[in-house]
Design a protein around this ligand. Structure first.
Ligand code: BG6
Length: 486
C-alpha cells in the first residue's frame, strides 16, 4: 500500500498563458506566448529563421488568446479543484499582467488585483497556492527589443517583477518557483529564454548566456523572498526526463551520462549547489559555445553561490533512450526533446514514452544528488477524450497512467526514503497544449468544451478521473484503485 507524509501537497498545475485567455484585458501587454500559433507545427515554426513573433491572424490561429477563459471562470474552476480536495494549486503569474512591456517601473494594479482574487479564492478553500513566477513567457517587448534572456538587462526587469509579486503576495503564498522548466532551453530557447534566430540568435552561446542571467535572477529572487519571510520556499523547476543507455555499450553509457549532465542536471547543479559544475567546460565544448562571447562575472558567481534554491520542482512525463553507436533513426517524440525509441515502453498518441518506473528512478537520481526536498509539479497524460451521449468521459487511460506514477512515487518515498513534498498533475483542467497549441491534447480531470478551432461552450464537466483523484487525495494516496465508487 502506498503512503505519503501528513501534509503532502496533492493538487494540480496550470500556467497562465495556457488557460487564462483575456490576453489583452485590463491593461495586460502582449507576451511571447500570445504570438505562438496553434497547431502541430508550432515548435518547428519557432525554430524557423523568419519567426519573429509577428501576429498574423489571416494566416494562423492563436489559441492562447482565449485559453479556456480561466480569467472569467477562475471561481468556478477553483471550486471544482476544492471539490477534488486539492491541498494546493500550482499556477503562474502572467508577467504582462503586472508589467505589460516588462521595462516599466510601476506595476499594473489591475493585474495585481486579479491575482489577489485568485489567491484569495484558493485560500477560501484552504488550497495552498504554489506560484511559478515565469512559465514559458515574457513580455513581447523584452524578446523583440531587448533580445530575450541573453541580455543582462532582463535580470533587473525580472528582479523588479519578482519583487513586486513576492512583496504583494508573500503573506499568503509560501511556495514559489522561478522559471518553469529552465533546462528546456537546451532544445527550445524560444519559449523559456525568448531567443529565436530573428532576434539575434538562439545559438548555444546565447543559450548559456541566457542561463547565466536566469541563474542570477533566480538567486536575486531567493534573496528577496527570504528577506520578506525566511519561511518562504523558493524552488527551481526543471524538466526531468530519465535517460537510459540503449544497451550496455560503454560508449552509449558515457553518452547517457553526458546527456543527463547536460539536460537533467546542469541547471539544477547551479541553482541547488550554488556553483557551475566541474563538467561545465566540457559542456561548452560539446555545445560549441564561444567562451569569448560569454559574460559570467565574479559578481554573478557570488550571487549564485549565496542564494541557492530551497527545493526542486520538476516535471516528469516520460523517459528517453540514448544511442550514439548506430544510426538508429527510430526516434520518438517528447516533452520538448525526443530521443530514441525504447522497445520496452509504450508511448502516448503524441509519442511520449510512458514510464512510471522512470519516475522512481528520477526521484532517486535527484535526491541522491541534491538531498533537498523534491516536488513533482507536473506529470500526466495528454490524450484525446470522448464525450459519451450521456455526457460522461471515461478516461481510464489517464487514471491508469496517474495511478502507476503515484505508485512509483510512493515506492520512492517509502522504500527509497526520498523526500517528496507534493504532487501536482499537469493540466488539472483541460488547457491549451504548450508544444502544439491544441485543445484536443487533454490532461485534465475537468473537461472543457472547446475544440482545436476554438469552438465550444467552455462548459466544465467532471471526467471519471475527477472522481478517482478525489478518492486518491481523500485517502492521502493510499487508495488508488479504479473500482471504488467514492
Ligand atoms: C511541460 C510544460 O513541458 O509540459 C507545460 O511545463 C506543458 O507548459 C506540459 O503544457 C505538457 O506539454 P504539452 O506540449 O503536451 O502541453
Amino acid at each position: 500500500m502506498s503512503t505519503f507524509p501528513d501534509g503532502f501537497l496533492w493538487g494540480g498545475a496550470t500556467a497562465a498563458n495556457q488557460l487564462e485567455g483575456a490576453y489583452d484585458r485590463d491593461g495586460k501587454g502582449l507576451s511571447i506566448d500570445d504570438a505562438y500559433p496553434g497547431g502541430k507545427k508550432r515548435l518547428n515554426l519557432l525554430k524557423s529563421p523568419d519567426f519573429d513573433w509577428t501576429i498574423d491572424e489571416s494566416k494562423y490561429d492563436y489559441p492562447n488568446h482565449e485559453g479556456i477563459d480561466h480569467y472569467d471562470h477562475y471561481k468556478e474552476d477553483i471550486a471544482l479543484f476544492a471539490e477534488m480536495g486539492f491541498k494546493c494549486y500550482r499556477f503562474s503569474i502572467a508577467w504582462t499582467r503586472i508589467f505589460p512591456n516588462g521595462d516599466e517601473t510601476e506595476p499594473n494594479e489591475k493585474g495585481l488585483a486579479f491575482y489577489d482574487s485568485l489567491i484569495d479564492e484558493c485560500l477560501k478553500y484552504d488550497i495552498e497556492p504554489v506560484i511559478t513566477i515565469s512559465h514559458y513567457e515574457m513580455p513581447l517587448k523584452l524578446a523583440k527589443e531587448y533580445g530575450g534572456w541573453k541580455n543582462r538587462k532582463l535580470i533587473d526587469f525580472f528582479e523588479c517583477f519578482a519583487k513586486t509579486v513576492l512583496t504583494r503576495y508573500a503573506s499568503k503564498v509560501k511556495y514559489w518557483m522561478t522559471f518553469n522548466e529552465i533546462n528546456s532551453a537546451f532544445h527550445f530557447p524560444a519559449m523559456s529564454q525568448g531567443l529565436v534566430q530573428a532576434n539575434g540568435g538562439d545559438d548555444s552561446t546565447n543559450i548559456f548566456q541566457a542561463f547565466n542571467n536566469q541563474f542570477v535572477a533566480s538567486s536575486k529572487t531567493v534573496k528577496i523572498g527570504h528577506e520578506l519571510d525566511p519561511d518562504l520556499k523558493i524552488g527551481c523547476m526543471i524538466l526531468y526526463a530519465t535517460a537510459y543507455s540503449i544497451d550496455a555499450n560503454p560508449v552509449n553509457q558515457l553518452a547517457t551520462l553526458q546527456s543527463q549532465q547536460a539536460f537533467n542536471f546542469f541547471c539544477a547543479d547551479v541553482q541547488v549547489r550554488g556553483q557551475y559544475p566541474t563538467y561545465t567546460k566540457r559542456l561548452y565544448k560539446q555545445y560549441h559555445v564561444d567562451e569569448s562571447r560569454l559574460e559570467i562575472t565574479d559578481d554573478d558567481l557570488a550571487w549564485i553561490k549565496k542564494y541557492p534554491v530551497d527545493y526542486i520542482g520538476f516535471s516528469y512525463y516520460m523517459s528517453n533512450a540514448v544511442d550514439v553507436t548506430s544510426d538508429n533513426s527510430d526516434k520518438t517524440g517528447g516533452n520538448m526533446l525526443g530521443g530514441v525509441k525504447n522497445p520496452f515502453l509504450e508511448a502516448s498518441e503524441w509519442g511520449w514514452q510512458i514510464d512510471p518506473i522512470g519516475l522512481r528512478i528520477g526521484l532517486n537520481e535527484l535526491y541522491d544528488r541534491y538531498q533537498i526536498p523534491l516536488f513533482v509539479v507536473e506529470n500526466g497524460l495528454g490524450a484525446k477524450d470522448k464525450v459519451e451521449a450521456d455526457g460522461s468521459i471515461n478516461d481510464d487511460y489517464r487514471i491508469d497512467y496517474l495511478r502507476k506514477h503515484i505508485e512509483a512515487m510512493a515506492a520512492a518515498v517509502n522504500e527509497d526514503g526520498v523526500d517528496v513534498m507534493g504532487y501536482t498533475p499537469w493540466g488539472c483542467i483541460d488547457l491549451v497544449s504548450a508544444s502544439t497549441g491544441e485543445m484536443s491534447k487533454r490532461y485534465g480531470f475537468i473537461y472543457v468544451d472547446l475544440d482545436d478551432e476554438g469552438h465550444g461552450t467552455l462548459a466544465r464537466s467532471r471526467k471519471k478521473s475527477f472522481v478517482w483523484y478525489r478518492g486518491v487525495i481523500a485517502s492521502n494516496g493510499t487508495e488508488l484503485s479504479t473500482n471504488i465508487n467514492y
